[in-house]
Ligand binder design. Sequence first.
Ligand code: MRU
Length: 366
Amino acid sequence: MLIEGRHHRTIWPLGEGGQGPVRIIDQTRLPHDLAFVDLEGLEDAAVAIETMQVRGAPLIGATAAYGVALAVRADPSDAALEAALARLLRTRPTAVNLRWALERVGNALRPLPPERRGARAFALAAAVCDEDVAICRAIGDHGLALIAAIAAEKPKGEPVNVLTHCNAGWLATIDWGTATAPVYRAQEAGIPVHVWVDETRPRSQGAALTAYELAEQGVPHTVIVDNLGGHLMQHGRVDLCIVGTDRTTRTGDVCNKIGTYLKALAAHDNGVPFYVALPSTTIDWRIGDGVREIPIEERSGDEVSWVAGRTDDGRIERVRVTPATSPALNYGFDVTPARLVTGLVTERGVAPASAEGLAGLFPEAA
Ligand code: MRU
């Protein structure tokens, strides 16, 4: 999608044939600075995921794939390959795309003679990225049909109001995004659309990243505090919710950024459709009970106690917003049970959030 009018992806290799570093957009600097970081080796990739320079389930998986490529380029031995896979798997616990990407790359590289692993790993990482772009675009097509159906029921010219949480936009993927892909496709199709952007404390991925990418793309949007959604829904100002997910069980339970569950409850109470947009790479076919089986990341309480922002004279400053002695608790994700989800928007169509619904679309995986 666009930054300053130029098309970008979130990650790409520099140089021909896997010889150079891998470039990322440093998402910890957005929306105030557009800065790039070059990943030169395994540790750079692992730290980029841990520090959330890259984040969002599909992009975490793609960065991990490139991390393996950088590692085996430096040392293609069996021991180095296994160490790289293990190091990257430890970076973040919740988004299952990480495990998916590492298993895919690891399984493809192990049978190869070491001297062929480097080039193959870069090709695999590129394939993970290209496939994600195609998948997100297909999610956009299926989600567009949902938005178009709502638009057809509204007075001509009145925008469809979409509420989203966190950043499941193109910055969380390689391009297009998951939850935002239907919005961008609607914009292309000339359907008026407006997005309510949950700020998504504590790290503010909505306020910092979703608002940034919608602004760059020229999509009308309004940033709201995390607690406003229920009120807006009660007053008929949300036509549908579309969120992303970091891991969806084979039964349709959805794990996403903390606060998603409360939005789903409010949507359910107000009869607002609540859709989850996801690539099939985010489905964990091995588990059925999201609340009990999905590992939930717990992050530093400092993310709750401190906020960062830009001052009028351009400095980035951190300020404390809680008493110095008050502890803070910071779980990164929650689980929305399948019964609260209207539908799962995948690259193969919209499925009911159920084991049967997902198995119907992905029989080979189920
Ligand atoms: O902690 P983050 O920023 O990695 O969390 C991201 C989210 O929760 C996204 O909504 C999710 O990964 C879906 S990405 C298309």
